[in-house]
Design a protein. Structure first.
Length: 419
């Protein structure tokens, strides 16, 4: 296909996972799908993983042959061979289909993905990546030449090959899409999309039509890594993403749309503009009585927004927005409920709390975040009346009068400031 024949239409980045390239039949299906889109005028950049289980085979071979003493820098060089092989095969296959194509290898002088030197789990340096993508990759895309880029692989400023860790190929695709001004990222996998549960565990999980990035991050600690949270930090909220199955051989196939984006930095915000109330219900074996928990939450929600819930074997703590509604009536209703069950004995109430939320990219992968928060507040004599940790955020409750001071202290600690 000649460059002059290409009409500027949509521009997409397509990523093929290892399972999508596991054998020659799947490889052919992938290449045919790309060629069809190019023929119809779509500008495409292709990101490929290593074929099938190649990376695992290389990893096991390197560790076993060296007695587990191979250095991470050397190991990255070895592991990158899987992707470096894939880009050559895919490029050759695209050319055989009449598609002008060119692969990018990490040893090429115009390689676009530059990282730090955290071998085996390197982090892309976004400014460097963006600059090099626009300088070296974008001109090919605009000419209608399809670039094929090794996913999962990077290179340091000093020229050493790195690997990006889990989700590395997805990260490469998202970074490329943003720098290229793509309309969409298509992630091709061996699943029909993002499912309501792991198909290996649940018999008939449902394919989700759409999921928000913040919700998807909440699945990151499950057994199935639909998309790793590290990759999601690079998704531009203005660029749509779609997860589809490789079996269709069609980049327009239905799958799961991923919408939105994550906050770019760790930050703390006031999550409720009104004070909060904590209600602690104590008893015996409370967690073994779901009906109690259900009734208490229903009572609370009838009066005010439920901000958070913490349950252990002998107690429940409910955090509620203290709005203009009848708080006294709510407390009376909660008290009536706990008197109905032998598992619940008594309750205590604390009013005028501020509900603070800490969230952002890298929260789960940054050790000591809770320690930083609690220590800086302790040193400044601010008490924490409740703390809840979930996958994508940390919820902190402090005295309402101290909310502004607490916010400033937490923000400073997150940025490495002085306590």
């Amino acid at each position: 296909m000649k460059s002059s024949d290409v009409k500027r239409g949509k521009r997409i980045v397509v990523k093929y996972g290892g399972a999508s390239l596991a054998d020659h039949e799947r490889m052919l299906r992938a290449v045919t799908a790309v060629a069809k889109e190019v023929t119809e005028g779509t500008q495409i950049a292709v990101v490929v993983s290593a074929m099938g289980k190649t990376t695992d085979l290389l990893l096991n071979a390197a560790k076993n042959a060296s007695g587990g003493k191979v250095e991470k820098g050397e190991l990255d060089d070895i592991l990158a061979m899987g992707e470096r092989t894939s880009i050559r095969i895919v490029t050759a296959a695209l050319k055989a289909k009449g598609v002008e194509s060119r692969y990018f290898d990490p040893l090429d002088p115009d390689w676009p993905i530059i990282t730090d030197d955290n071998f085996f789990n390197a982090n892309p340096i976004e400014e460097q990546c963006r600059k090099r993508i626009r300088q070296y990759v974008l001109p090919f895309v605009e000419k209608g030449v399809t670039p094929v880029i090794a996913g999962f692989v990077g290179r340091t400023l000093s020229g050493k090959i790195t690997t990006l860790g889990r989700g590395g190929s997805d990260a490469t695709a998202f970074i490329l899409a943003k720098a290229l001004g793509a309309n969409e990222v298509v992630l091709v996998t061996d699943a029909e999309g993002i499912m309501s549960a792991d198909p290996k565990i649940i018999l008939n999980p449902k394919r989700l039509r759409e999921i928000d990035v913040n919700t998807l991050v909440g699945l990151a600690d499950s057994g199935t890594k639909f998309i790793h949270r590290k990759a999601l930090r690079y998704k531009d909220p203005s660029i749509g993403a779609k997860v589809i199955s490789c079996v269709h051989g069609d980049l327009n196939a239905n799958g799961t749309l991923i919408v939105g984006g994550l906050p770019t930095e760790l930050d703390a915000t006031l999550a409720s503009q009104s004070p909060a109330v904590s209600m602690t219900v104590v008893g015996r074996g409370v967690s073994e009585k779901p009906k109690v928990i259900q009734e208490l939450t229903e009572v609370v929600k009838a009066y005010a927004p439920l901000l958070g819930l913490s349950v252990d074997y002998n107690s429940i703590i409910l955090y509620v927005a203290q709005e203009e509604g009848d708080l006294d009536s709510l407390l009376e209703k909660v008290h009536e409920s706990i008197l109905k069950y032998r598992e619940t004995i008594a309750m205590s109430v604390r009013k005028q709390l501020a509900f603070l939320k800490v969230s952002g990219v890298g929260l789960e992968e940054t050790p000591g975040i809770i320690g930083k928060i609690s220590e800086t507040l302790r040193l400044n004599k601010i008490n924490i009346f409740g703390i809840i940790t979930i996958t994508s955020s940390i919820l902190v409750f402090v005295d309402w009068k101290e909310k502004e001071t607490a916010l400033k202290l937490i923000k400073s600690s997150l940025r490495g400031g002085q306590k």
